[in-house]
Structures are given as structure tokens and as C-alpha cells.
Design a protein around this ligand. Structure first.
Ligand SMILES: CC(=O)N[C@H]1[C@@H](OP(=O)(O)OP(=O)(O)OC[C@H]2O[C@@H](n3ccc(=O)[nH]c3=O)[C@H](O)[C@@H]2O)O[C@H](CO)[C@@H](O)[C@@H]1O
Ligand SMILES: C=C(OP(=O)(O)O)C(=O)O
Length: 427
């Protein structure tokens, strides 16, 4: 299995391109199932999850053609054609590797009247049930049956009907499934307590480009006027705010300066606020956002919560950065119950972190020391890379496949701005 080897200590500086957003891509790809015309998605990041989703759709009879994308370019354009859907099943093997596979459920039942999708089960960061996805689809008239680890969903005669969905807690994925299904349902659907993440806004804009009618985009109440059919469209995936935030942390932890080319500052509100609080200078540029460290990092207190608050997907990277701050930081994780798997690994590099339930107290230390560390999930992996960039000596991050789910050619991007980092393959 590949490893990432980092010799820490280099200050990063230069221009670093930001890829299309993984979490937007993973909800735009299943939109292809909503129409018998072609959907072309540009700026798709080259990630294991995007490839995996393409293969899942191929298994359903969707053809995928990739245009452009020479090996030295970032991003690709994919045209997906779901003229004939030949299977409405998402098998266990896909869903267990990529939870976002559950996002085929809404589109399939809306267009085909049926879907059989493996239950995803838990994962390294928590339990992650899908009850809210299922309840939302029931509000649109779907009949559900759970057998042998699969959820089998059927639409009533005449298809899904608009309804009222009130989410008891904010869920990104359940809001996405509800939006896609409601776009092809008969009549009006009101979704209350909808997630407001920028990736949801991206999904709404793509659905509108396909002929959907949605009111309240970006708010917690979405009103969808269902259409009998949607048509093809061309849509460009938004920039990845989590990737951009992660590389901003890389500039901060190495005392460097980076221009994040293509980053969208507007979508990064709470992330940039947090970075500013640590003392990082942040300025918009014509091409993106420039971030520059200025002396010792200041500690901070933050809590993860749904957008527009601080995202759980940035908690591990901030924690790595704050291990070298001048004082004690307090981080509280409110979204996933088990998202501190990086703590013992950071501790092996000299970090001083105490976890009490959902809260972690990070006391800044003077230095980190390189070590062999094990990545447990995507953002935990990035936190170890960040620590490695600042640590004395060599860090080897094992189980790199997690990083390949969410960071397009990480070692290439980082070495181009001065990091001493390489991928070591098994001989
Ligand atoms: C592919 C993608 O976009 N993944 C993101 C998405 O995941 P995902 O869509 O899975 O996350 P959710 O927003 O649904 O999860 C939020 C919380 O709701 C709970 N929940 C969710 C669904 C449900 O049916 N029942 C339930 O109890 C979850 O366990 C969690 O505690 O949003 C998360 C929260 O911003 C991010 O960390 C993930 O990177
Ligand atoms: C948790 C994440 O993704 P997923 O929902 O795809 O597991 C993430 O991107 O940090």
C-alpha cells in the first residue's frame, strides 16, 4: 500500500490550484439519473470517489465519457448519458466504500419508480444512519422495505408526489436526496430545516440548469415545484472549500504564504474567520485567495456545526495546525461522534491533546517530530500530512487511499510550492 513521505520544515510559498469540490461532485453525478439527456459536468476533481461513482453509474447503464483532462491538467469534464437505465441497484461493494452512493436513491425512485440500495453501515468517523433520507422519501409517497442489508424503495402508481419534509436535524445528504427526488415528483415539495452548505446550492443550480424549479436556494426552506421531466445540461463543479481550507492550514503551519488559485472565499466564511483568528493574513486576489502566516499562531475556540458555522470536515486540519499555536485551543465536534481518530496519531508526533467527550483541548507545543503514522479517514489523513509538513525529520503517512478520496494529486500540489513530499509505492 502506498505511503506519503514528508520531510518537514519547508515554508510553503507560491500558487496552488484548487480542484472541483468532492462533495459537490458526488451529488452532481447522480443528477445524471434524472434525465434521458446528457449531463456534462466540468471541473470534476480526479479522485477515487469520483471514479467510483462513475463506475457505480456505469453498472446502472449510464455511459460516461471523459473529455480533455491531459495527465498534467487538474480536473476533467465528464458527459453522462442515462438514456437507458438498465439496473436500479446500488450494490454493497460500492456503497460500503463510498457512502455518497446513497445519493442514487432519490433520483432512481423519482425517474424509475424503484431503487434497491445497500445500507451503508457505519464508518470510521461515526454511525452515520440514513433514516432521514428514508423518511424524506416516504413523505413523497415512497414505500420502503429493508431486507438483507438493502433498502428497496418503490414509488406509488403515478410516481412520487410532492409533500412536506421537516428535517429534525440538518443533513446534507438527506437534503440532497430529497431535492433530487422532489424535482421529478408531481406537485410542490417544501423542505424545512434543509442543509445550506454551498454544495447544496451547487446542486440546486445544476438542477435548475436541468429544468427544475426551486425557490429559497441557500436558505433553510426549499420549495421545489416538481416537473414531469428534466433535460440535459452542462454544469461546472464549484471549487473545493475544504481542500482550499486544508492548504490554507498548510501555509499557516509552515509559516508560509500561498495563493489558493480558484478558491471561492465566499463559500469559506467560517473557515477563513477561524484562520484570521489564528493570525493568518487573508486577502482576495483576482484568481482566488491569498493566505500568509505572520509569526506564532494564536489559539482558538471553535465548535463544528452545519453551514454557515465551522465545518466538521475542517476540524482535523485545524487541530493539526493548532498543535503549534501559542496557547490552548478548545475544539468541539458536534456532527460526528467519533471524529478524533487523528488525536492519538498527532500525539505520536509530540502534540498535546486531551479529549473529553466531544471536546478536545489542544495545548500548543514548541515542535512536532516526524513519525510513522496511520491515516484512519480522509480529513484525519490530511491532518497528519499538515503535521508532517511542520515536523522535524521524516513523517510517513500510511493508508494513503483515504487521501486519494478527497485530495487531487496532493503530493504534486504541495511539492510545487516547496514541500519535501513524495509518494512511496510498495516495491
Ligand atoms: C459526500 C458528502 O457530501 N459528505 C459530507 C456530508 O456527509 P453526510 O451527508 O453523510 O452528512 P449529514 O449532513 O447527513 O450528517 C450530519 C449528521 O446527521 C446524522 N444523520 C444523517 C443522515 C441521516 O439519515 N440520519 C442522521 O442521523 C449524521 O450521522 C450526522 O451526525 O456532510 C457532512 C457534514 O457536513 C460532511 O462531513 C461530509 O463530508
Ligand atoms: C466525511 C467526508 O466525506 P464522506 O461523506 O464522503 O465520507 C469528508 O469529505 O470529510
Amino acid at each position: 500500500m502506498d505511503r506519503i513521505v514528508i520531510r518537514g520544515g519547508a515554508k510553503l510559498s507560491g500558487r496552488l490550484p484548487i480542484s472541483g469540490a468532492k462533495n459537490a461532485a458526488l451529488t452532481l453525478l447522480p443528477c445524471a439519473l434524472l434525465t434521458d439527456e446528457a449531463l456534462t459536468l466540468g471541473n470534476l476533481p480526479r479522485l477515487a470517489d469520483v471514479d467510483g461513482f462513475g463506475h457505480l453509474l456505469n453498472g446502472m447503464g449510464v455511459s460516461t465519457a471523459i473529455a480533455g483532462g491531459s495527465p498534467d491538467e487538474f480536473g476533467r469534464t465528464m458527459t453522462l448519458d442515462a438514456t437507458r437505465i438498465t439496473s436500479t441497484t446500488a450494490p454493497y461493494d460500492f456503497v460500503r466504500k463510498m457512502r455518497a452512493s446513497i445519493l442514487v436513491l432519490g433520483p432512481l425512485i423519482a425517474r424509475m419508480g424503484e431503487a434497491t440500495v445497500s445500507l451503508p453501515g457505519g464508518c470510521a468517523i461515526g454511525n452515520r444512519p440514513i433514516d432521514l433520507h428514508l423518511k424524506a422519501l416516504e413523505q413523497l409517497g415512497a414505500k420502503l422495505e429493508i431486507t438483507a442489508g438493502y433498502v428497496k424503495a418503490m414509488a406509488p402508481d403515478g410516481g412520487l408526489k410532492g409533500g412536506r419534509i421537516v428535517f429534525p436535524i440538518v443533513s446534507v445528504g438527506a437534503t440532497e436526496n430529497a431535492l433530487m427526488a422532489a424535482s421529478l415528483a408531481t406537485g410542490e415539495t417544501i423542505i424545512d430545516n434543509a442543509a445550506r452548505e454551498p454544495e447544496i446550492v451547487d446542486l440546486c443550480h445544476c438542477l435548475v440548469a436541468m429544468g427544475a424549479e426551486i425557490e429559497g436556494i441557500g436558505s433553510e426552506r426549499l420549495i421545489v415545484h416538481g416537473k414531469p421531466r428534466l433535460h440535459g445540461a452542462s454544469y461546472r463543479v464549484m471549487p473545493d472549500r475544504i481542500e482550499a481550507g486544508s492548504y490554507a492550514c498548510a501555509a499557516a503551519i509552515t509559516g508560509g504564504e500561498l495563493e489558493l488559485v480558484g478558491a471561492d472565499a465566499e463559500a469559506m466564511g467560517a473557515i477563513l474567520d477561524g484562520l484570521r483568528e489564528t493570525g493568518l493574513h487573508i486577502a482576495p486576489t483576482a484568481d482566488g485567495v491569498k493566505v500568509a502566516a505572520d509569526g506564532k499562531l494564536r489559539p482558538l475556540t471553535l465548535s463544528t456545526a452545519p453551514y454557515p458555522a465551522f465545518p466538521t470536515d475542517m476540524q482535523a486540519q485545524f487541530m493539526a495546525m493548532l498543535t503549534l499555536a501559542d496557547g490552548a485551543s478548545v475544539l468541539t465536534e458536534t456532527i460526528f461522534e467519533n471524529r478524533y481518530m487523528h488525536v492519538p496519531e498527532l500525539a505520536r508526533m509530540g502534540a498535546d491533546i486531551q479529549v473529553h467527550g466531544r471536546t478536545a483541548v489542544v495545548r500548543g507545543v514548541d515542535r512536532l517530530v516526524g513519525a510513522e503514522v496511520m491515516a484512519t479517514d480522509l480529513r484525519a489523513s490530511m491532518s497528519l500530512v499538515l503535521a508532517g509538513l511542520a515536523a522535524e525529520g521524516e513523517t510517513r503517512v500510511h493508508r494513503v487511499y483515504h487521501l486519494d478520496r478527497g485530495y487531487e494529486r496532493l503530493e504534486e500540489k504541495l511539492s510545487a510550492v516547496g514541500a519535501d513530499i513524495e509518494r512511496e509505492a510498495d516495491s
